[in-house]
Design a protein around this ligand. Structure first.
Ligand SMILES: [Fe+2]
Length: 172
């Protein structure tokens, strides 16, 4: 099924919002939030892939851990997307668009061993933490306290906490 109904707002634009933040500030932060959203959707899906495909002596433990982290990333996805909309932007949403936008390396379709799964997740967390800290600093400097708070209190804290579990689990 296709539709030719015109869009009501183009991706990459921000509508006016009476929240006392300049258009330029909202556009800058929406761009960074959408990048983080695409990368958060990717790590979310990486967790579910690994939840299903994990094998080895730690199967049950990792199967449960990966799904717990998946659930927490689902909540971050919703919070990031709704922050984009709050600022007047358009949240990236569909898998093909996310696949084009994400900067996290694409894993193979097939199964990988648990050590490789953990390594991939650790790398993805580190990448997201770097970009979240950079975006939080920008939001702090341009006066967008709400975005700064979401990034610091939710995105950074959750990713750091999950990275702790992944990194400890990776030790042999
Ligand atoms: Fe499951």
């Amino acid at each position: 099924m296709t539709t030719t109904t015109p869009e009501i707002q183009a991706y990459g634009t921000v509508e006016n919002r009476p929240i006392s933040l300049d258009h330029k500030v909202r556009l800058t932060n929406v761009t960074k939030l959408n990048q983080l959203l695409a990368d958060t959707m990717t790590i979310r899906d990486l967790y579910k892939k690994h939840h299903w495909q994990v094998s080895g002596p730690a199967f049950y433990q990792l199967h449960l851990l990966f799904d717990k982290h998946y659930g927490e990333q689902v909540e971050l996805v919703d919070a990031l997307a709704e922050r984009v909309q709050t600022l007047g932007g358009v949240a990236i949403a569909m898998a093909p668009d996310v696949a084009e936008a994400t900067r996290i390396a694409r894993p193979p379709r097939g199964r990988e061993d648990a050590a490789t799964q953990l390594f991939r997740l650790a790398q993805a967390h580190e990448f997201i933490l770097g970009e979240a800290r950079e975006a939080a600093e920008t939001a702090s400097k341009n006066g967008d306290d709400g975005t700064n708070d979401l990034l610091v209190s939710s995105v950074i804290r959750v990713n750091e906490f999950q990275a702790w579990f992944i990194n400890e689990q990776s030790k042999t």
